[in-house]
Structure formats: structure tokens, C-alpha cells
Design a protein around this ligand. Structure first.
Ligand code: AMP
Length: 398
């Protein structure tokens, strides 16, 4: 069990709090379009403030590639945070520089200073020891509550944790508990719905779930590699040729494992992603050589629904089609609806599936909408997260 902020005395201490303030912004207006990540961080910030800690919040935002770029400044996020909590929030326009040091030394117990985007310094993503040391010198204690970046070994998620007494916050604790329950003791049947394009990202998840889940429904671009591996004709659909034999192996394995793998039976197809032709429906194993599968078809939706409806637990990661285009979003939206309406416990990984759920208007009905796409996938693969591993275990404290 990892040490949490409840296990440490934070009063009067300077806490370097790593959060995931990587919020989506409208690049034209500079406005934040979704505050979920800030809202999810509030319980930890509020707890620390009420317990009289001095809170130094650090985060990354976007991909400024180690260069100062005002479009990725955390200033608007600090402003948004100030409106959401009672305590005073200041903003420092650097990370380990003079402004940060001055604002931190001027802060009172229970107050917050948000320092500038960590990725304005290339040393952050390189997990540079000197940068980690400078970050550590700002505080007495390190707390990580940035679940979305826990799968990365960066200076602020890994290097700095080695240099200070440390703990996790409430958000990471909640995410770990939920995924651990799904993998160890789920309400059954456990139904996993996997989609998206990058089969290499999902293969380790399938491998781990073969003995844990009862059903694995595969949709999205990655389904065609499986369909082709079984001898189906998939036309110009996305296929990862290098993974064909592995896909076949998993289907064979599934015959002797707990989980049944279920593939699409019909698809919505077109000549290419941008074609202005009317989409056509094909049986999944007989797609016209000139067409590519871009969404699951209505029969597949119905088939997948029948499993999701009966699920005691449903885990979803990855869209069922090219959902960015409304022509091919139907399958993903329908699955979002059925996952949300499922009587079982519903878990949706971050990234595309989370935004599809939000877009479909069903996000409030999801039991757990994870804040980390990559991090939750890594846990579903059965691996641990570097940013969590580095935090001390509570037993080791005794
Ligand atoms: P991933 O990052 O692997 O979860 O993939 C997400 C992406 O998969 C989205 O941008 C979708 O547009 C894309 N995608 C889903 N289904 C298909 C498909 N049938 N063909 C091509 N791309 C797809």
C-alpha cells in the first residue's frame, strides 16, 4: 500500500504537488474547454490547504518541446483554479527561477502557488537529475496526484520523488483502487471493450485480460488485423501486418482461457477516410477490396450491446471507429450509451473513449471515468506505474 497524504503531517510544510493540469484548450481563443482534470484535483488541493500546507502545484500542459511558448502557459489554469477554491492562488511565471522562489517564500500556510509549465524546460521529460534536484529544493515533501502522467519517468513524476519524503494524493489512490478491483475481484461477467487504431498498445491488455475477463469485444481499426488473421477479407482496412500471427495466437489462446474474444460481424465502410461517397455496409469478413472499414455496423452494435447489458463490470478503452467524423461515430456513440446504461460497474479509460463518452452526454453515468489513458492501459496490462512505484510503501514507514 502506498503512502497517501493522510499518512503524513503536512501542517506548515511546503508540498510540491504534481498534478495533471494538461487541460484541453481552444488554440484560437486560449480558453480552457474542459476543466475535468482541475476538478478531479480539488479534493487533494483542498485537503492540503485545510491542513495548513503550503502548496506548490506543478504540471505540464501540451507539448511545448522544452521551449517557452505562451500558448502553453499554465496561467489560465491557475486563474481557473482560483475561482474553484477558497484559498489564495498565486502564479509564478517560471518553474525553478526567481519568481517561483519569491512567490513560494511569500506564501502563507494553506495557500497555493502554481508554477509555470514544467515542459518549458527540456530537462523535465529527460528526467534530468539537476532539474529534479532544483524542483526538490522548492519543497519539504513531494506529493504525486497526476495519474495521467504516472506511466512516465520524468523529473517531476520520478526523479524528484527520490529526493523528498513522498506520498500519493486522493486521485491516484482512487484510480489504483478501482483498477486493482477490476483486475482482482470484479463483479462478473467482466466485459472488456477494446478499440482504437494502435493494436500494439492494446495487445498487452488483451494478453493480461485473457484469463481475467469473461468477454473481450474488439472493435475499431484494430479489429481488422484479427479478422484478417482468421482469413477474412478486409479490403483496404487498417491492418498491422506484423501483428497478424500474434492476433491469430491470441484467438487460439482464447479457446483455452477464460475470456471469449468477440469480433465485429458487420462494418460501415468507404473508399477512404475522406471519401465523399456514401458509406456502405459490408459483412466484416467480406469487405470489398476497394473499401475500408471505418465503423462497426448495426449488427455488431447489437451484438456488443448484448454482452455489455449483461456485464457485472464493463471496461472500455478505444473508439469503435473513426469517431472524429460524424459519418463513422455511430458505433462509438452507441457503445458509450450502452456502457453508461449498463447496470454493472462501468470503467472508461482516458483519451478518445473518455472524450467520446463526454461528447455523447453520458459521462455522468459512468462509474469511473479514468483521468489517464496511457496510465490506465498500463495498469490493465498488469504492469505497475513508475510514478507510483517510486512512492514509499506505508509499511516501510513503520
Ligand atoms: P488509439 O490511439 O489506438 O486508441 O486509436 C484512436 C484512433 O483510432 C482514433 O483517432 C480513431 O479515428 C482511430 N480509428 C478507430 N477506428 C478506425 C478504423 N476503422 N480505421 C482507422 N482508424 C480508426
Amino acid at each position: 500500500m502506498k503512502r497517501t497524504i493522510k499518512d503524513i503531517d503536512v501542517a506548515g510544510k511546503k508540498i510540491l504537488l504534481r498534478l495533471d493540469f494538461n487541460v484541453p484548450m481552444n488554440t484560437k481563443t486560449g480558453n480552457i474547454t474542459d476543466l475535468t482534470r482541475v476538478l478531479e484535483s480539488l479534493p487533494t488541493i483542498t485537503y492540503l490547504s485545510e491542513h495548513k500546507a503550503k502548496i506548490i502545484i506543478c504540471s505540464h500542459l501540451g507539448r511545448p518541446n522544452g521551449i517557452r511558448d505562451e500558448r502553453y502557459s499554465l496561467a489560465p489554469v491557475a486563474q481557473a483554479l482560483a475561482k474553484l477554491i477558497k484559498c489564495k492562488v498565486s502564479f509564478a511565471n517560471d518553474t525553478i527561477g526567481e519568481d517561483a522562489k519569491a512567490k513560494i517564500s511569500a506564501m502563507e500556510d494553506g495557500e497555493v502557488v502554481v508554477i509555470e509549465n514544467l515542459r518549458f524546460d527540456s530537462r523535465e521529460e529527460q528526467n534530468d537529475p539537476e532539474f529534479a534536484k532544483s524542483l526538490a529544493s522548492l519543497a519539504d515533501i513531494y506529493v504525486n496526484d497526476a495519474f495521467g502522467t504516472c506511466h512516465r519517468k520524468h523529473a517531476s513524476t520520478y526523479g524528484v520523488a527520490k529526493l523528498l519524503p513522498n506520498a500519493i494524493g486522493f486521485l491516484i489512490n482512487k484510480e489504483l483502487k478501482v483498477i486493482s478491483r477490476i483486475l482482482s475481484n470484479p463483479d462478473r461477467p467482466l466485459v472488456a471493450v477494446l478499440g482504437g487504431a494502435k493494436i500494439k498498445d492494446k495487445i498487452p491488455v488483451i494478453e493480461n485480460l485473457l484469463d481475467k475477463a469473461d468477454t473481450i469485444l474488439i472493435g475499431g481499426g484494430m479489429a481488422y488485423t484479427f479478422i484478417k488473421a482468421l482469413g477474412g477479407e478486409v479490403g483496404n482496412s487498417l491492418v498491422d501486418e506484423e501483428k497478424l500471427s500474434l492476433a491469430k495466437e491470441y484467438i487460439e489462446k482464447s479457446k483455452n482461457s477464460r475470456a471469449e474474444i468477440v469480433l465485429p460481424i458487420d462494418n460501415i465502410c468507404n473508399l477512404d477516410i475522406d471519401s465523399s461517397e456514401k458509406p456502405k455496409k459490408f459483412v466484416s469478413t467480406k469487405i470489398d477490396p476497394n473499401y475500408m472499414g471505418l465503423d462497426i455496423g448495426p449488427k455488431t452494435v447489437k451484438l456488443f450491446k448484448s454482452y455489455i447489458k449483461r456485464a457485472g463490470t464493463v471496461v472500455w478503452n478505444g473508439p469503435m471507429g473513426v469517431f472524429e467524423n460524424p459519418l463513422y461515430a455511430k458505433g462509438t456513440n452507441k457503445i458509450a450509451k450502452y456502457v453508461a446504461k449498463s447496470k454493472g460497474f462501468s470503467f472508461v479509460g482516458g483519451g478518445d473513449s473518455a472524450s467520446a463518452v463526454v461528447k455523447s452526454g453520458y459521462s455522468k453515468k459512468i462509474d469511473h471515468l479514468s483521468t489517464g489513458g496511457g496510465a490506465s492501459l498500463m495498469l490493465l496490462e498488469g504492469k505497475s506505474l513508475p510514478g507510483v512505484d517510486i512512492i514509499e510503501d506505508i509499511e516501510e514507514q513503520k
